[in-house]
Design a protein around this ligand. Structure first.
Ligand code: FE
Length: 139
């Protein structure tokens, strides 16, 4: 966790921390190319963290293969881990998903997910990093 690590404030600082690809997604609400993400076909047990601030967002047991081309989760790690807001860009009305800690753009949430939640969190791989279960246990 990086609560003691100050969040960047300017675009320049974010770009320096994230690099151009992650910056475009997290800070500019970009979308990575479908099927391009390193974490799309990723099945190890552990925790998915925000690539912007290392806040824990999703868990491997809630990840499933939606066939969409983006990492998909049936729910966030906790109710407060992510925030949602209306996004009416690109001629669609969608719910944008943001990191509740740093405000980074993660992806969108849809109601065509698996039972029982019926929820699909469609998240850019570039917005996430992965921490293995063994590292979780090590604290
Ligand atoms: Fe974050």
């Amino acid at each position: 966790m990086s609560d003691d690590r100050k969040l960047p404030e300017t675009d320049e600082q974010w770009l320096e921390r994230l690099g151009p690809a992650r910056f475009q997604v997290l800070r500019k609400k970009g979308t990575e190319r479908a099927f391009s993400g390193e974490l799309y076909h990723h099945h190890a047990e552990g925790t998915y963290l925000c690539a912007g601030c290392e806040y824990p967002l999703f868990q491997s047991q809630d990840k499933y293969d939606s066939g969409s081309g983006w990492p998909s989760f049936s729910r966030p790690l906790s109710v407060g881990a992510v925030a949602e807001q209306r996004d009416d860009s690109h001629g669609m009305i969608r719910s944008e998903v943001l990191c509740a800690h740093c405000g980074g753009h993660l992806g969108h949430v849809f109601d065509d997910g698996p039972a029982p939640s019926g929820t699909r969190y469609c998240i850019n791989s570039l917005a996430l990093t992965f921490r293995d279960r063994d590292d979780d246990n090590a604290g």
